[in-house]
Design a protein around this ligand. Structure first.
Ligand code: ZN
Length: 268
């Protein structure tokens, strides 16, 4: 969708029915707020990327330490359980690079230290694609989700690509972490303005299995599995697909000059 002076021109989303014909990125960083965000919201596409041979890293900002209806549960024990569940879900897709920044559940903030910690991971992983929450999704009230999207985009847009030191969560700076890195593209999930749609029918069983690996978040496994399918069905329906996931794909300017940014239609 292109917007000029209040007028809106709608362009048809790009439909990817056969992932094998898609020029998939080789290295992907997925930034999320909680264990199970990927599996619930974009796990089919992540499974397609993993199957295509892309190297994936999950960067999980919290360990989901408040994710229980039991008010007496020990948050540290719950966080440890959910980290193990997240690693198990990733392992089902042969992904072993899972990093937890261990901010508290419900307290993710788009602030300079969090941006720096995320940017340090971007410099370590050096991805050619970022996958994150769409922070501008209408009526996303889960603040962690919105903040994690803002943090990821701010880190990619500025700190990851600037020269100078980048500090990790523990304040450590290394030469490798400090080397700047530009990520050309981001796919934003949980979006109201999709322009990229993937047919996830071939991987729906893998997505369901990965979601169910979050055992503490699946008291009713059959209901959870049904929910995953129902969400994929409603995402696919507008595009004539049985099961789909949708994203807002955005590109970051590779050339920072004003002329280049104007030519690319980038106002940021
Ligand atoms: Zn979440």
């Amino acid at each position: 969708m292109l917007e000029w002076g209040g007028e809106t021109m709608v362009t048809a989303p790009r439909l990817i029915r056969d992932f094998a014909t898609f020029a998939a990125p080789r290295s992907v960083l997925v930034v999320i707020a909680h264990p199970d965000d990927i599996e619930a919201l974009c796990g089919g596409t992540v499974a397609l990327l993993a199957a295509s041979g892309a190297r994936l890293t999950y960067l999980v900002l919290t360990s989901g330490d408040k994710g229980s209806p039991d008010p007496l549960i020990d948050p540290r024990a719950l966080g440890a359980t959910r980290e193990a569940e997240q690693r198990a879900a990733a392992a089902l897709l042969a992904i072993d690079d899972v990093v937890f920044l261990r901010y508290h559940d419900g307290e993710v903030a788009d602030d300079p230290p969090t941006r720096a910690a995320v940017a340090a991971q971007m410099r370590r992983v050096r991805p050619d694609l970022l996958i994150a929450f769409d922070p501008w999704h209408d009526y996303t009230f889960h603040n962690d989700h919105r903040q994690s999207g803002l943090v990821a985009l701010a880190a990619a847009r500025t700190l990851a690509r600037q020269s100078g030191p980048a500090s990790g969560a523990d304040g450590a700076v290394t030469e490798t972490l400090a080397r700047p890195h530009t990520i050309p593209e981001a796919w934003l999930f949980l979006t109201g303005r999709p322009n990229l749609v993937f047919d996830v029918a071939p991987v729906i069983e893998r997505k369901v299995a990965a979601r169910l690996a979050h055992v503490s978040q699946a008291a009713d496994p059959a209901g959870v599995a049904r929910g995953v399918r129902t969400r994929a069905e409603s995402s696919g329906a507008p595009y004539g697909l049985a099961l789909a996931e949708t994203f807002r794909a955005v590109s970051f300017p590779l050339d920072e000059s004003f002329v280049a940014r104007m030519a690319a239609g980038d106002e940021g």
